[in-house]
Design a protein around this ligand. Sequence first.
Ligand code: PMV
Length: 320
Amino acid sequence: MRATAIAQPNIALIKYWGKRDSTRNLPAVGSISITLRDLFTKMSVQLDAELASDVLYVNDERDDGMLPRISACLDEVIGRSRMRARVDSVCNFPIAAGLASSASAFAATTLAAAGAADLHLDTQRLASLAGRASGSAARSLYGGFVELANKGNDIAMTVLCDADSWPLSVVVAVTESVPKAVGSSEAMEISRKTSPFYANWVERQPEDLDVARNAILERDFRQLAIIAEHNCLKMHSVMWASRPPTMFWNAATMACLQTVRKLQGDGCSVFFTIDAGPQVKAVCLPGDAETVHAALAATPGVTEVLVSALGAAARLVDPR
Ligand code: PMV
């Protein structure tokens, strides 16, 4: 009746932005991501017939704000007539600040919930269930380079390359660690309804996916860099042009982009990407990680720099 799972966040290189069905939380576009190794969320789910309602602890503190989404995720995996649960979460990086904490949290919750209820679900099924809680969470069920594609009324997952087959480093420049003002689901709906660039974003996504997939299969860092930066800036342009505009960046975000441009000019193999928050993720070849780390740490407004290699899939761990 108890299971614990660990999942790592993933960073999208070709982004998911927009839903084709918000009730089932199905994405409007496919996406490609890399799963990290060194940042993690650990979730324990304890089903307990004595409990009258679910309860959630995040890093040992009760968290009623996040509880409804966790309860909904448990309902999806186990069923609505399930026992209530105590859920304990431990996370070693800032939560809800655009560092993909919801991806690792819901991937781990889905896996732990299935484990606690003794359900034997395959990874594709777990990914579909995790994706209902948070679109990006589906990708954290897998390690390495992961593609999420739309397939009928579901999603289909493919591992393009595992973490060891193309080792890259991700250097995260944290510029603010407060939770974001607007959640990604709400911001996506604003984009869909009001951004004049939204239709073009959805229509052109298959081209970006093709270029990135080929770059990954050929281990072509330069091609991947070009398409990932382009796709990221397009996603933010969609948001900036919506009404009201969604602007996750701050001055330090922009300063980090300039740092990355300077590093590229100096011959570093590095590119940037930014999600629904002001943090900048610099993806680089491992040999350049130290230089990228030092340059981002010295960038005005950067409060913390985290480094991670690429990692493996979400997994159940002991103690159960
Ligand atoms: O999974 P969500 O609902 O938190 O949305 C994630 C959206 C982005 O991080 C901006 C892009 C992505 O593909 O991860």
